[in-house]
Design a protein around this ligand. Structure first.
Ligand SMILES: *Cc1c(COP(=O)(O)O)cnc(C)c1O
Length: 423
């Protein structure tokens, strides 16, 4: 754009310049499914990837393109691809790197939906996920075999907001020529850019803070361009000529290899593209990302401090508190805050938790996080209810765990509501 590259400047301006046809200040929505080809030769060049350009909205769309440009700028990546949901972004990333018989290693402290996808649905396709305690570096290393294709972790784990030491985990991965994929849904690039700490691929559920207003399902994959697939024995998928592109070797595309294959093969075949309207809404949300993340984090810290001093509360798991075992890691990776999400444990078990939630008037009971509105849920009976008791233990979720996603409302009102509900 120009020499002005501060985060907030990129947040407002990157990805879009006043469109030449209309001079529209705000990014337009392009609700179109296809594009006019000037002539047949031009069309043929697009189809054979000789030229870049719009063919069909399953593969690319100008509204998605603006969003992809913005997240690439904010995360400091090389390129990005937008999806219909965070889960689609995750599934498509895994199958871009793995085929039947392959393995990957993932943190056990992650979103319950990810544990199901990785542990059960991918297994049915012949892809095996080994779950490890993210704090146990030997466990990461010991899980590696010749078939390992990637490491996966959330930087801020859902629901407990445990912090993964991604610099160490990326060192282990890179020693074995394995890429590290980091789910950045809770941190967003404003609180931390994992690529600066060795992540090769960053995934966002843009459903949460990036879109930010509780309206959208969307996912994003950002590639750093730093991982070398060429001649890496773990990646025949990138090094063998591809029969559906006349023998193209994707690794030969260098920094563009990962996203090109993700778009041209995986998106082409699986079709999890975002709607132009959702891409547009996500771009709108991202223009105010820093303001919201500051307020979410500040409000969450105030609530965590209030709860920590409350006699009915057994434990608060918030990495912004000095009492958290993740405090030092949070200071290292997330000095501006750790978002609005954390958990706490009420004295009195599941019943006390249910009573507390039913008494809330401002905070809503919702199976989501990252909304402007303050929201609460009981993971053991909802978001993580499909997990076995063993898996619940591994994610540190108990019957009396309550997850909060603190919004941007007036902090006195949020605390007053929690206080009266506890009473
Ligand atoms: C919600 C969530 C997802 C899944 O994203 P969807 O947009 O709901 O498909 C993945 N990772 C984390 C950390 C999440 O919170």
């Amino acid at each position: 754009m120009n020499d002005y590259n501060g985060f907030e400047t990129l947040m407002v301006h990157s990805g879009y310049e006043a469109d030449v046809a209309t001079k529209s200040v705000a990014p337009p929505i392009y609700p179109t499914n296809a594009y006019v080809f000037d002539n047949t030769e031009y069309a043929a060049d697009l189809f054979s990837l000789k030229k870049g350009g719009n063919i069909y909205t399953r593969l690319q769309n100008p509204s998605a393109d603006i969003l992809e440009g913005k997240i690439t700028a904010l995360d400091g990546g090389f390129s990005a691809l937008a999806f219909s949901s965070g889960h689609a972004a995750m599934f498509n990333t895994i199958v871009n790197l793995c085929s039947e018989g392959d393995e990957f290693v993932a943190s056990s402290n992650i979103y319950g939906g990810a544990i199901n996808m990785y542990g059960i649905s991918l297994k049915r396709l012949g892809i095996t996920c080994k779950f490890v305690d993210p704090d146990d570096f030997d466990a990461w290393e010991n899980a590696i075999t010749d078939k390992t294709r990637l490491f996966f972790t959330e930087l801020i784990g859902n629901p407990h907001a445990n912090i993964a030491d991604i610099e160490k985990i990326s060192d282990i991965a890179h020693n074995y020529a394995i890429p590290l994929v980091v789910d950045s849904t809770f941190n967003t690039p404003y609180l931390c850019k994992p690529i600066e700490f060795g992540a090769d691929i960053v995934i966002h559920s843009a459903t949460k803070y990036l879109s930010g207003h509780g309206q959208v399902m969307a996912g994003l994959v950002v590639d750093s361009g730093n991982f070398n697939y060429k001649n890496n024995e773990r990646f025949p998928l990138f090094n063998n000529p591809d029969p559906s592109y006349h023998g193209l070797v994707f690794a030969d595309l260098g920094k563009a290899a990962f996203i090109s294959r993700l778009r041209a093969l995986i998106m082409r075949d699986l079709g999890s593209c975002p709607s132009p309207f959702n891409a547009y809404l996500t771009t709108m949300g991202m223009q105010t990302l820093s303001l919201r993340m500051e307020r979410h984090s500040k409000n969450a810290l105030a609530v965590a401090e209030f709860l920590e001093n409350h006699p009915k509360v057994e434990k608060v798991n918030c990495p912004m508190l000095k009492s958290s075992k993740y405090y030092d890691l949070a200071q290292k990776y997330l000095p501006k805050g750790t978002s609005g999400v954390f958990t706490f444990e009420l004295k009195g078990g599941r019943q006390a938790g249910a009573k507390f939630m039913d008494n809330l008037k401002l905070l809503q009971i919702v199976a989501n996080v990252g909304d402007l509105r303050s929201q609460v849920i009981h993971p053991a009976s909802t978001t993580h209810s499909q997990l076995s008791s063993e898996q619940l233990n591994a994610s540190g979720i108990s019957e009396n765990t309550v997850r909060l996603s603190i919004g941007i409302e007036t902090i006195d009102d949020i605390i007053a509501d929690i206080e009266q509900a506890l009473k």
